[in-house]
Design a protein around this ligand. Structure first.
Ligand code: NAG
Ligand code: NAG
Length: 289
């Protein structure tokens, strides 16, 4: 009898175990946030970062931004092209791969003179979160890629992330698609080459940051608003590193739907675990009576 009780409690406890090892959200710099003259290495010192954890960079977006950089750029405070930066003022980065990760502020002198830089080492130990399924976005919805559509209204509220795809659908020969820089976007300057013209152009969002697209037909961008700017979230895809499987098999509910955020997916798993752990514990107690 006693061994049966102990066994049942152990099984019940296993249901709760993944709760203890779930992903952690770190607010960079704590209450100070992401700003000048904070010792971010002191902040990071006693923390253990694992694959699946998130970093939240909170700052005034007029005064700071966030670039994920390599070791050389980190040491010398070299800022990558603006399109690679995160600029929302509340940037959430999921740590997708183990190893060292470097981050700097791209505003002049913030990294070099005001120590606005962070390096962390991410451990592979924890189970990785289920990767979010990539989403395919048909630009403009039913209207497709054409003149006189408000593409910023269409993009509003959508969370574009690395790995998602944009589908530009249009009548071939009447429109096309150019990926451009911010200047060309604003002034509707059509590059001399590099456009796609198939009428069904699928573009994979490979890197985080802002992306600008315009139609290259005369007056479509300038007079008919055939232009789209989006911000892609997430980290640049890491080189494929095999992540060790969790030691205990974890029950998994069905796949998340396309609209699930990372968090709601985790909450679903957590609720499921609590349910299973609870049922087993209650059953154990009932068998005692
Ligand atoms: C580091 O990043 C900078 C700026 O993005 C780039 O120019 C350089 O080639 C990179 N160096 C390495 C070793 O990857
Ligand atoms: C932006 O793109 C245009 C057209 O391709 C090019 O002439 C210009 O030099 C680019 N500007 C920057 C800042 O990269």
């Amino acid at each position: 009898m006693a061994s049966k009780i102990i066994f049942c409690f152990m099984i019940g406890f296993l249901g709760f175990l993944p709760e203890i090892t779930k992903a952690t959200e770190y607010w960079v710099g704590g209450e100070k946030g992401w700003t000048l003259d904070v010792d971010y290495q002191a902040w990071a010192k006693d923390k253990t970062f694992k694959v699946g954890d998130t970093l939240v960079f909170k700052y005034n977006k007029d005064n700071h931004n966030v670039f994920k950089v390599n070791q050389t750029s980190f040491q010398n405070c070299l800022v990558p092209p603006p399109s690679q930066g995160l600029t929302s003022g509340h940037d959430v980065i999921t740590l997708a791969s183990p190893g060292k990760h470097w981050y700097i502020c791209g505003f002049p002198t913030h990294c070099s003179d005001h120590s606005q830089k962070l390096v962390i080492t991410v451990e592979a130990g924890a189970p990785a979160p289920a990767p979010l399924p990539a989403t395919e976005y048909w630009v403009g919805g039913d209207k497709g890629w054409t003149i006189d559509v408000d593409y910023q209204a269409w993009a509003k509220g959508k969370n574009f992330k690395v790995g998602d795809t944009l589908v530009f659908k249009y009548t071939k020969g009447h429109h096309n698609v150019f990926k451009v820089n911010q200047t060309s976007f604003k002034d509707c300057i059509i590059p001399s080459s590099g456009g796609v013209t198939s009428g069904h152009d699928v573009i994979t969002l490979a890197t985080p940051g802002k992306k600008w697209y315009i139609c290259g037909f005369p007056s479509h961008c300038s007079d008919h608003k055939q232009k789209l700017v989006i911000t892609v979230e997430g980290e640049a895809p890491a080189p494929a590193t095999p992540i060790p499987a969790p030691a205990t098999p974890v029950p998994t509910p069905g796949p998340a739907t396309k609209d699930d955020s990372n968090n709601s997916y985790r909450v679903t798993i957590s609720a499921y675990r609590i349910f299973v752990g609870g049922v087993i514990l209650i059953w154990t107690i009932l068998t005692l009576v």
